[in-house]
Every structure is written in C-alpha cells, then in structure tokens.
Design a binder for this molecule. Sequence first.
Ligand code: XMP
Length: 319
Amino acid sequence: DWTMASYRQEAIRKIREQVGDRKVICGLSGGVDSSVAAVLIHEAIGDQLTCVFVDHGLLRLNEADEVVTMFRDNYNIPLIHADEADLFIGALEGVSDPEVKRKTIGKLFIDVFQKYAKQIDGADFLAQGTLYPDVIESVSFSGGPSVTIKSHHNVGGLPEKMGLKLVEPLRELFKDEVRALGRELGLPEKFIGRHPFPGPGLAIRCPGEITREKLEILRKADAVFIDQIRKHGLYDDIWQAFVAILPVRTVGVMGDGRTYDFACALRAVTSVDGMTADYYPFSHEFLGETATRIINEVKGINRCTYDITSKPPGTIEWE
Ligand code: XMP
C-alpha cells in the first residue's frame, strides 16, 4: 500500500544506490520542485550534495534571501549563492525581443552554473527536479512536428556538456505529489504552496527593454498584489498571480500634480497544469482596492489594468 512515507524511503534507497559515495550538484531555482529534490537527496547522501542557487537579478522581492535562509538555516545543506545580477542585467541591456531575452538568460545560466560547479571538485551527478509531466512533454515534442511558442529556460544539454549523470528523484511524480512529498519532508507549508515561477523570472514580465528601474518598480507592485491576494485568502485558489510592468508611460493626476509614470497589468489565473488557464474572477472591490494600493504605495506606477485573457489564446506569462 502506497504512501508518501514509503515513497520517500524507496526514493532515498534508490538515490544511495545510484550515487554511492560520489558527489552531486543541484541547481536551485527557489521553486518547489528543485527544493524538494534537494532536501530528499540531502536526506539520502548528506553533504555529498552541494546546491547552487543562481541569482540572476530577476527574482521577486526578498526571494533570494528566503531561499538561501531556508536551505542554510533550516536544512544546513551546503549552498553556493551565486550573485550574478550584474552579469545578467548587463547582457539584457537593450534587448526587447522575448526570444532573445530567453536565450540570453538560458545561455548565461549554463555558463554561470558551470563556473560554480567547478568549485565542487569531482562532482559526478547533476540533480534536477524533473517531474513526470516534463518527461511526457519532452517525449511527445521529440516525436513529431511541433511549434515552439517559447524557448523554455532549463538546464537541457548541460549534463552532457559537463559529463555529468542525472539524478532525477521526482520523475514519477505529478505536481500535487511533489507537494505531498515536500510536506512529508517537513518543508514549510508557505514554501510548498508557492505559485510556480518561471526560470527567466521577471524578465518575461517586463515586456520591452529591461532596466533596473523597471525591475525595482515591478518587484514592489508584485509584492503588493500578492499581499492583497493573501490578505483576502485567495492565494491557494490561484495557480499563479503576478504583475507585469508595461513598456508605456501614461498621464495621471495625484494630489494637485500631473504624473507621467508606468502602467502595469495584474495577471492571475486558475489552471491544472499550466497548459490551459482561465483568468481569475476577482471581485470589483478587490481589483479597485488593489489598484489603489499599488498606485499609492509604488512610486513609478500611476495606472493599473487587469488582464482578462485566458490561455489559449493568451499565454500565462506576457512573453
Ligand atoms: P506560459 O506563459 O507558456 O507559461 O503560458 C506556462 C507555465 O510555465 C511557466 N514558464 C516557465 N517555467 N521556464 C520555466 O521554468 C520558462 O522558461 C518558463 N516560461 C513559462 C509559466 O510561469 C507558467 O507557469
């Protein structure tokens, strides 16, 4: 009879059998999947595991601190915190094409990961939080003609380049099962229930050119929106929610002065697997209150819209 407790024991046994006394590196994204994989592997092989968390400067407010604190303090897992914000933001200067953004970030991510992986002398394995739907998707994609809507940012190709073998202890699991396993491993509930966050981060929520100024504004607005959603008890009903900062300034009036600031769009959707999605039916009161808070609390935004596009025809992210 199948339980998460027995899955955990069996997974640990398999990891020990595969890895033996060799070393494993694991890229952490701050998301649930890679975190659960890391904690599970650490339970199996202890400090033969080192995690690398690449901060590309496109994370949400306080996100890097939260991830690093959880892994260092709660789990005592060896962790390299790679602060490479300047590198990524510099490379993205003047780039506004969505695919060029994604490819620039993907390539730099591999370079940076390789650089830090060298510090872990003699690693033989790369751990990834690959889930069952990821396995299925890549099989069906390679089987027939397909249209690439977006180049997904992951570490594809990296293991071969680095001569590493893969450890993927979540390959048989769906998202809800990964969350159950995370609970079984004692990860904080707030972490387990987190909305998915894309590898390219805030870059794809900032259509047009990315600047530090826009990223700063976007981080603050996003934090207010998520705070509103939590305060109204809606966080767990929503698959994903975020703010996108639009590449346009509009005229407004505040007090007795004219403003000329950025407009933003709120995005919140329900979904089962991210493949299709419906916009979330917030009440008008909620939307009004949120817009007022964002415009009052975030300097640099003076107009707020709500994105009511479902997927298809829209995608969840803006790029
Ligand atoms: P879209 O925008 O394609 O997003 O409707 C579907 C889901 O995938 C996430 N997403 C990504 N996740 N790397 C990721 O790890 C990526 O490059 C990427 N692009 C989109 C998105 O946040 C949503 O949950």
